[in-house]
Design a protein around this ligand. Structure first.
Ligand SMILES: Cc1cc2nc3c(=O)[nH]c(=O)nc-3n(C[C@H](O)[C@H](O)[C@H](O)COP(=O)(O)OP(=O)(O)OC[C@H]3O[C@@H](n4cnc5c(N)ncnc54)[C@H](O)[C@@H]3O)c2cc1C
Length: 324
């Protein structure tokens, strides 16, 4: 039974759903990417055939270097390891669409996943199975016994909290080192752009499944007053676009959400050390699209077969602070 309050501005619904195997200014490979990316893609493909919809798109990332230093960093990293980084021989290929002075490289394989469609379609399926209840979960109504839990008229062996950034207020897991991070995005319409790739130059510009519609973002704010779209981001993003994109575009929407990030940039997966029927799957940070399928599966394997969870993600690494 899934209980969800259908927040239209949850992190997953605002995200671009990009799976990028490299990260940061040094093009380091994303944590566990060799394991989590193929697992995630297989999982999305299985959901695609189950639901009869298209969710995951293979889209390499064209990285326009913002400076000669970044061009050099890319070249150095490519010499070390070329699993995900590739030179792009036709350097002028994107001149018709973009201004770029220092060339570009290609990151692949990389993917975009249509998370909004995934969530709405899966919810429809759960609805047909009478397995979803749309409401705000109220922790005060949850009763935890030794071998079962109960909530309103639901009785179950376990409960697993997947609350995203609202997890910071969960009474059982509150002491975990969350570091919520606000991000914003624009949805734009641009009729003369190719949707073959994701493009990156400071911001990411990613095609959405609807024709001529693109996602543009994001920023990373550790300190913020609220979770609403800000004028500051709007001005920044449109000024970047005006200097970068050569084609006319129209802003259709401006969105914001808070990512459930964590101080050590690793997820929280497993069961509470003292309340063994209370679990968590959270802390996906900036990488939910690739991490969530892998760690949801690990949690299920742990639940059913007692298989171990990757230690860096296992919530038992916080046994001391959770037992206070
Ligand atoms: C602007 C932006 C861009 C991003 N881009 C990417 C990207 O390209 N690639 C990527 O991998 N990640 C990206 N992310 C991060 C990604 O969105 C997260 O890692 C992921 O979506 C987190 O998923 P989640 O299910 O843990 O949390 P959420 O998506 O927040 O889901 C939690 C759900 O729990 C519900 N809930 C919480 N409390 C209650 C309650 N008490 N009762 C009922 N329901 C409740 C909420 O309503 C929500 O539906 C981005 C995030 C942002 C903000």
């Amino acid at each position: 039974m899934v209980i969800d309050d259908n927040n239209e501005d949850s992190s997953s619904k605002i995200a671009a759903g990009i799976i990028n195997p490299v990260t940061g200014r040094r093009y380091a490979y994303t944590w566990m990417i060799d394991d989590v990316m193929p697992f995630a893609i297989q999982c999305y493909e299985e959901i695609e055939s189950e639901l009869g919809i298209k969710l995951a798109y293979s889209k390499s990332i064209i990285d326009f270097f913002p400076s000669p230093q970044m061009l050099n960093a890319f070249a150095d990293r490519l010499m070390e390891n070329d699993t995900y980084l590739h030179s792009y021989p036709d350097q002028n290929h994107f001149n018709q669409y973009f201004n770029y002075d220092f060339g570009c490289g290609e990151i692949k394989p990389a993917y975009t996943v249509h998370l909004q469609l995934l969530l709405s379609s899966w919810k429809k399926k759960l609805n047909e199975l009478h397995s979803v209840s749309e409401q705000k979960f109220n922790v005060n109504e949850l009763k935890i016994d030794k071998d079962f839990i109960s909530y309103q008229n639901i009785a179950a062996q376990k409960i697993i909290f997947c609350e995203g950034t609202d997890g910071v207020n969960n009474p059982w897991f509150q002491p975990l080192p969350y570091a919520p991070n606000k991000g914003e995005a624009l949805i734009i319409e641009c009729n003369e752009l190719t949707s073959e790739h994701v493009f990156k130059k400071g911001l990411m510009l990613a095609p959405l499944p609807d024709e001529n519609i693109y996602w543009v973002g994001s920023n990373y704010q550790w300190e913020f007053e609220n979770d609403q779209p800000s004028q500051q981001f709007y001005q920044h993003a449109t000024s970047v676009l005006n200097g970068w994109l050569k084609k006319p575009y129209k802003v259709l929407a401006h969105k914001a959400a808070v990512r459930p990030a964590t101080l050590e940039r690793r997820p929280f997966v497993g069961f509470h050390p003292q309340f063994q029927n209370v679990g968590i799957l959270n802390g996906m940070g900036t990488k939910g699209t690739s991490l969530a399928p892998f760690f949801a599966h690990q949690l299920v394997q742990h639940l059913v077969y007692s298989f171990p969870i990757v230690p860096q993600a296992d919530v038992h690494r916080f046994t001391r602070i959770l037992s206070r």
